[in-house]
Ligand binder design. Structure first.
Ligand code: FMN
Length: 550
């Protein structure tokens, strides 16, 4: 397959539209090559070519049929067009049409048509000219970005023109509003999400046509209208009232405020105060159910205050540094209401706006196998059933516990099994067998406390404490491993739970020996419950305490 990509943006390689076109072509290429086709891509940059305006002399029709009298780069463009299997027209919208240089190229295609009047088969206009060459099998795709919030209603002249010269319905289009956002690195999450969809469109197109599902996704706004307009206004870096150039960190903070998702409002107004330690500037963002507002006079009472070098914050938003990792390393500090930081992605992130589809942060771990993430239930189910059933009746209870061990992989078949699940199933099955054949249920359950405690403690010497293996999926999947706050909190908790169960084994042994076995039912249930409550409190308190720079 020969692909001709015509980049009609005067910005050349810096074109927003070209980013879409390149993703589309990448999708086509991958798919076609996967189908065993050989693919070549020829990208021509109109701005770098010499293509003069048509002189209207009709020499290409009467004096030198099929050949223009102007000798410039257009000769090779026509050759490439005739040779191509797919022509991708990539261009920005200029005054509701194609940019002038691309219009020149289109006008200069006159030698490709025959001069004679022919039946108009395009269902549009009042006349036509047959093609000089057989170009029926050449497919065409128009890819363009425009500056307004939506492409809707802006491309009427473009499609009218292409309807005339390619034929109505003979070409595919991908038109995208908010084009200038494609150059904003801070929005790369959402932009890359869109570009992935364009690539998918390309691979579908290689096999036939773009599906309705992908086509609808392509028509989804990058950001809602109000968010986009605030972002776009802020991006000029000019104060709307005074017309003066603004400080870079102010422009940046305005854009951050623009990304606020008012649906994340939780009943009371919040004030996020940003203090940039390197520029010395303080800005406050009021977050309400109506939207966000930026204050530069420090007149509000902050509910959350972030102290950070501006450069660092900008790097984080460009995705160069993980925010949580930087916080864990105390490169910036947060005081006040920490829940705002915990919900950052919902409040300001890419999953807050755009298509409304949350970014699948678990994709790396659950995407390929089709299984859900590991669940702590898989590990706990054998243990809990063992402790209860064997305590009631060692002979029958142990059989019940073994049955649970056998069925857990089936009950939890939708979740991935991890090492702690497998070890737990094996340990409980073994202890149940001991209880069954020796009839010494107390010994077996107590050994269970010891082994269970050891699992937690041993995991503290590995690169991922036991609890982190399960809960990391709510904190960005494997990325959480780089977050020292997350990892430290989990190491501490794993050590606490491990120690608790070792102690449980010890006190159970001695209390039974001293004849106080009956109070164990209360202690051994109440203490883990208290530990559960502590865990719930600790996972909130610890990051907030650390983030405040303590
Ligand atoms: C001269 C000029 C005219 C423009 N006319 C329109 C327009 O009519 N409608 C629109 O939505 N955007 C318009 N824009 C915005 C561009 O279409 C938008 O910035 C686009 O993303 C640029 O794409 P590119 O980077 O591929 O060149 C215009 C921009 C310029 C410079």
């Amino acid at each position: 397959m020969k692909i001709l990509l015509i980049n009609g943006s005067p910005k050349g390689k810096k074109s927003n539209s070209l980013r879409l076109a390149a993703s589309f072509v990448e999708g086509v290429k991958l798919k076609a090559e996967g189908n065993g086709e050989e693919v070549t891509v020829d990208e021509v940059e109109v701005v770098s070519l010499k293509i003069s305006a048509c002189r209207g002399c009709f020499a290409c029709w009467k004096n030198t049929p099929g050949h223009c009298c102007i000798k410039d780069d257009m000769t090779s463009i026509i050759e490439k067009e005739i040779e191509a299997d797919l022509v991708v027209w990539s261009f920005p919208l200029y005054y509701f049409n194609v940019p002038g240089m691309l219009k020149n190229l289109i006008d200069r295609q006159l030698p490709m048509s025959l001069p004679f009047m022919s039946e108009n088969t395009n269902e549009t206009g009042s006349g036509g000219h047959d093609a000089r060459y057989d170009m029926k099998n050449i497919r065409h795709v128009l890819i363009s970005t425009c500056g307004f919030y939506s492409a809707k209603g802006n491309y009427d002249s473009v499609t009218k023109m292409f309807d005339h010269f390619l034929g109505k319905g003979n070409y595919e289009t991908i038109f995208c509003g908010q084009g200038e956002l494609f150059r904003v690195d801070e929005l790369s999450d959402r932009i890359n999400q869109y570009l992935e969809t364009v690539k998918k469109a390309g691979s579908e197109y290689a096999d036939g046509k773009i599906s309705d599902e992908v086509s609808n996704q392509l028509k989804t706004l990058l950001y809602p209208k109000d968010v986009f307009e605030k972002l776009a206004d802020a991006d000029w870096g000019i104060n709307k009232e005074t017309g003066e150039k603004e400080a870079q960190d102010l422009t940046f903070t305005r854009q951050m405020a623009a990304l606020y998702n008012k649906n994340s409002f939780k009943g009371k107004n919040r004030v996020l105060e940003m203090f940039y330690t390197d520029t010395g500037h303080t800005y406050q963002i009021l977050l309400t159910k109506e939207g966000s507002e930026l204050f530069t006079d420090g007149s509000l009472k902050a509910t959350t205050r972030v102290e950070t070098p501006f450069e660092l914050w900008a790097s984080i938003s460009r995705g160069e540094i993980e925010g949580a990792e930087a916080l864990g390393k105390q490169l910036y500090t947060v005081t006040g209401d920490f829940s705002l930081m915990m919900d950052w992605d919902k409040i300001f992130g890419s999953d807050a706006v755009g298509s409304g589809e949350a970014f699948d942060s678990d994709a790396e771990s659950s995407g390929t196998s089709g299984l859900k993430n590991p669940s702590m239930t898989t590990m706990l189910l054998p243990w809990i059933s063992f402790w209860i059933a064997v305590a009631i009746n060692p002979l029958i209870g142990s059989i019940a516990a073994m049955a649970v061990c056998a069925f857990v992989p089936f009950i939890m078949r939708k979740n991935k099994l991890i090492i702690w699940d497998q070890l737990s199933i094996a340990a409980v099955a073994l202890l149940s067998a001991v209880a069954h054949f020796t009839g010494r249920g107390e010994l077996a359950t107590n050994a269970g406390y010891l082994i269970f405690g050891l699992f937690w403690l041993v995991s503290c010497f590995t690169k991922e404490p036991l609890c982190a293996s399960y809960v990391k999926y709510s904190y960005g999947g494997n990325k959480a491993g780089k977050n020292p706050l997350f990892m430290n909190a989990n190491y501490i908790l794993a050590a606490c739970w491990g120690s608790l169960y070792i102690l449980t084994a010890i006190w159970t042994f001695f209390l039974r020996k001293a004849g106080f076995g009956n109070i164990l039912l209360i202690i051994n249930n109440l203490v883990p419950l208290a530990m559960g409550l502590f865990t719930g409190w600790f996972v909130k308190w610890y990051p907030a305490w650390k983030a405040s720079g303590k």
